[in-house]
Design a protein around this ligand. Structure first.
Ligand code: HEC
Ligand code: HEC
Ligand code: HEC
Ligand code: HEC
Ligand code: HEC
Length: 176
């Protein structure tokens, strides 16, 4: 009696344990592949930072507009028609240039449409890239450094000089 109950229970339990294992395995496989470089061209910030290229050389819109921008293929090719032109990842880059195609970069930091953000006032106020993006110069694959939720924006805005706070925490400043 006890034995029969035992076997009857054991199978469903084993099946669900196996199912859970499969789920966990699938999840961590998915994470490991999406954490790996799923960019089409193996672009490395550390390599370019070590070569002494400034953030604003490539993200040149940041100081003057809403966006920072991702550099065009043309900008890459300006250097890579010569630099490391025989290396396979650079060959891949040059392929986009020859086909006249933009590189479909995977976005890392993106706000929803109902949020208004602009780089220009932040850089104008003397903030640096690292404050919001972390140490990108050492990230082989760019990952978000902070969770850019509303509370995060507000905490810094509330710490600004008193006469600016009313404007900086007004809903309309970030939701136009
Ligand atoms: C040689 C050009 C180049 C330089 C220099 C460069 N970047 Fe980038 N950056 C890129 C490219 C290309 C991408 C898109 C591919 C990627 O995410 O790695 C990118 C992506 C990013 C992203 C993620 C954007 C997103 O949301 O998808 C951030 C943040 C960033 N860069 C910050 C920086 C900072 C900070 C520096 C200086 C330390 C810097 N970059 C220097 C070319 C450059
Ligand atoms: C201002 C010049 C410059 C620009 C612009 C530039 N790079 Fe580079 N890139 C370099 C230098 C310097 C290296 C290091 C070369 C070396 O170590 O041999 C490098 C290395 C690389 C490598 C590694 C090559 C290897 O040896 O495996 C790749 C891939 C690459 N760059 C892609 C890009 C892409 C994509 C862009 C545009 C978003 C870009 N680069 C823009 C200068 C530049
Ligand atoms: C006050 C915080 C803050 C600072 C400082 C900052 N960023 Fe950003 N950055 C953001 C936010 C928020 C986004 C997402 C914007 C969106 O999706 O509308 C972003 C997006 C980006 C992107 C993705 C492309 C784009 O333009 O949306 C790049 C690249 C980038 N930042 C680079 C930089 C660089 C380089 C610097 C320094 C010169 C910098 N950022 C300084 C907050 C910041
Ligand atoms: C680390 C501090 C800091 C963080 C984080 C930050 N901001 Fe700001 N923000 C500032 C400063 C400083 C100014 C410029 C204030 C001034 O005019 O001198 C500013 C200005 C602005 C402005 C322009 C306001 C105007 O009327 O001129 C907007 C829009 C804005 N921030 C949106 C955001 C959003 C959205 C986020 C989050 C995604 C964010 N900020 C995160 C510090 C920050
Ligand atoms: C400094 C910028 C900033 C200000 C000021 C601001 N917000 Fe936001 N808000 C954000 C950002 C960034 C998000 C998106 C990220 C998130 O959901 O936290 C957001 C998201 C929201 C959402 C969606 C929340 C959700 O869970 O999806 C609502 C609703 C909202 N804000 C309302 C307001 C109201 C009402 C005010 C004025 C009292 C306000 N916000 C002021 C930056 C701001």
């Amino acid at each position: 009696m006890i034995n029969r109950m035992g076997t009857r229970w054991r199978w469903p339990v084993m099946v669900s344990v196996l199912f859970l294992f499969a789920l966990v395995a699938a999840r961590s496989y998915q994470e490991s592949t999406s954490n790996q470089r799923d960019q089409r061209v193996a672009f490395s910030h550390p390599i370019h930072a070590q070569a002494g290229i400034q953030c604003l050389y490539c993200h040149s819109e940041a100081a003057r507009s809403q966006i920072a921008g991702i550099p065009s293929v043309q900008k890459c090719v300006g250097c890579h028609q010569v630099i490391a032109a025989d290396e396979p990842p650079v060959q891949e880059l040059l392929g986009y240039w020859e086909r006249d195609e933009p590189i479909p970069w995977r976005r890392v930091t993106e706000q929803l449409d109902f949020v208004y953000f602009s780089h220009q006032p932040h850089l104008g106020a003397g903030l640096n890239c690292e404050t919001c993006h972390g140490n990108v110069a050492q990230m082989e694959v760019v990952e978000p450094a902070v969770d850019m939720h509303m509370g995060w924006c507000l905490r810094c805005h509330e710490a600004q000089p008193a006469i600016k706070i009313a404007r900086l925490v007004d809903c309309i400043t970030c939701h136009k």
